[in-house]
Write a protein that binds this ligand. Structure first.
Ligand SMILES: [Zn+2]
Length: 263
């Protein structure tokens, strides 16, 4: 690709093959419950070359991120009725970013939206050393005895750092600003987040290209690639008024939908 790659000014339905990869680090500030469907299991994965690592599956991370975007746009009075899971409107900035299926949505529209946000498994920077185990007594409220009801809670230890990459297809400055703002708003992760899972996300840098050319796996193995990865996110010149970003994306998207439906 010879043309200089830049963020787009408009929104189009068909992809134009530009990918913005935003690299971030997620640091656990407290113990965190990240488990698979087995109730008493911490999610880790044994890689041949990386050894044992804690992981956070993208679908868990994405679910959280989408909820944050949706609550933020509701705060700005946009698509206040759009909600997960079967109540998506398919016409708001959050639906544009994260996608949805027309038929199963409340909107019953005849189109689907592919997610513009692409993700991958988050992998811990270091190998798994200890998995903490808490034993909690479930107290019977009537006779105040604990009886047999002992719960075993396994957690990923505080201060574990995860490497993450989120990719935005066909990025505009506004969509990018919304995505990055909400990455930073993601302050809890995992299960039982009322009491567990405080975390902090920091943006490491970005890569804007005609392909996804960095991955979490490779970073976990070789570190952040200095040659293709720009730490200075200010170069993207992103707008700072997030409310205005939602309004602009919303207007652009409404126009695209209208044109599509009139065809
Ligand atoms: Zn929506």
């Amino acid at each position: 690709m010879n043309k200089e790659i830049r963020l787009f000014d408009d929104i189009q339905i068909l992809s134009r093959g530009v990918y913005l990869q935003v690299g971030f680090e997620l640091k656990l500030l407290d113990d965190t419950i990240i488990r698979s469907n087995e109730p008493e299991e911490v999610l880790s994965y044994t890689y041949e070359e990386l050894g044992d690592r804690f992981i956070i599956p993208w679908r868990k991370f994405k679910g959280k991120l989408r909820r944050l975007v949706m609550e933020q746009q509701r705060y700005f009075g946009i698509a206040t009725d759009c909600s997960l899971k079967d109540n998506l409107c398919l016409s708001c900035p959050a639906c544009l970013l994260f996608g949805g299926t027309g038929e199963t949505s409340k909107a019953k529209v005849n189109y689907n939206l592919l997610s513009r946000v692409l993700g991958e498994t988050l992998i811990s920077e270091d190998e798994v050393k200890d998995i903490k185990s808490y034993t909690a007594n479930a107290v019977d409220e009537i006779n105040l005895s604990t009886g047999q009801a002992l719960m075993n809670i396994l957690t990923v230890p505080a201060e574990t750092k995860f490497i993450g990459i989120v990719t935005l297809r066909d990025p505009t400055p506004e969509l990018t600003a919304i995505l990055i703002d909400n990455l930073k708003r993601l302050n809890r992760i995992g299960a039982s987040t009322r009491e567990w899972g405080k975390c902090r996300v920091s943006i490491v840098g970005y890569n804007l290209h005609d392909r996804e050319n960095i991955s979490v796996y490779e970073i976990a193995k070789n570190g952040w690639p200095k040659d293709i990865f720009d730490k200075d996110i200010a170069k993207l010149n992103l707008p700072t008024d997030i409310e205005q970003c939602y309004r602009k994306v919303n207007e652009q998207f409404q126009r695209v939908i209208k044109e599509y439906l009139e065809k």
